[in-house]
Design a protein. Structure first.
Length: 198
């Protein structure tokens, strides 16, 4: 499986976004590089795509697959549909519910079969969750030190309104699909659509 091993801080600086959008608590003392070079239209579009891929931890082939699915949906705007599909990834939902400190950690938890969906273990981070799904930490791991540390670290994090979290029982539920206004990912999805439409 392909993995992007670029350091989080280095990547976030180059894209001009805060590492906190991936869940990282690290803060860089360095300033983003000042570029006097004027970006072309293609350069701006490419940067927005790279931001989205970085925030959700998705590589090119998979990201293109999400775009194709979004463009084939009968309702909604392609760019917004793309972000909604990414938000419905299981690793993202685990992160949004506060069951992991970062999306990278959420991906690891899912891969190690520590997360269940509607009572069944799922080890695919890209698993597409649906409205009504109950996401929960595996019963045998709820009392582990790791999840106590995670709970302590994420206790102050705001849970999105399209989710219902039960932090005490390490579980949550998807109550509705997110709207564009409820997605805080700092990308201009219109540029991504323009890039892929060429």
């Amino acid at each position: 499986m392909a993995i992007d091993r670029t350091p989080v801080m280095k990547r976030s600086r180059s894209l001009g976004i805060e590492a906190s959008f991936t869940g990282s608590s690290k803060k860089s003392k360095k300033k983003p590089p000042m570029s006097r070079k004027k970006h072309s239209e293609y350069g701006l579009q490419l940067k927005e795509k790279q931001k989205a891929k970085f925030c959700y931890g998705v590589l090119e082939k998979q990201f293109r697959g999400y775009y194709d699915r979004a463009s084939n949906m009968r309702t909604g705007i392609t760019g917004e549909n793309l972000l909604v599909l990414l938000e419905h990834r299981l690793d993202n939902v685990v992160y949004r519910l506060g069951l992991a400190r970062t999306r990278m950690e959420a991906r690891q938890l899912v891969s190690h079969k520590l997360i269940t969906v509607n009572g069944r273990k799922v080890n695919i981070p890209s698993f597409h969750t649906k409205v009504g799904d109950v996401i929960e930490v595996s019963q045998s791991r709820k009392d582990s030190v790791r999840f106590k540390d995670i709970t302590a670290a994420t206790s102050g994090r705001r849970v999105e309104t399209w989710l219902e979290a039960d932090a005490g029982n390490l579980k949550g539920r998807i109550i509705t699909s997110p709207t564009r206004e409820q997605i805080d990912t700092p990308v201009n999805e219109t540029f991504i659509v323009e890039l892929y439409s060429k």
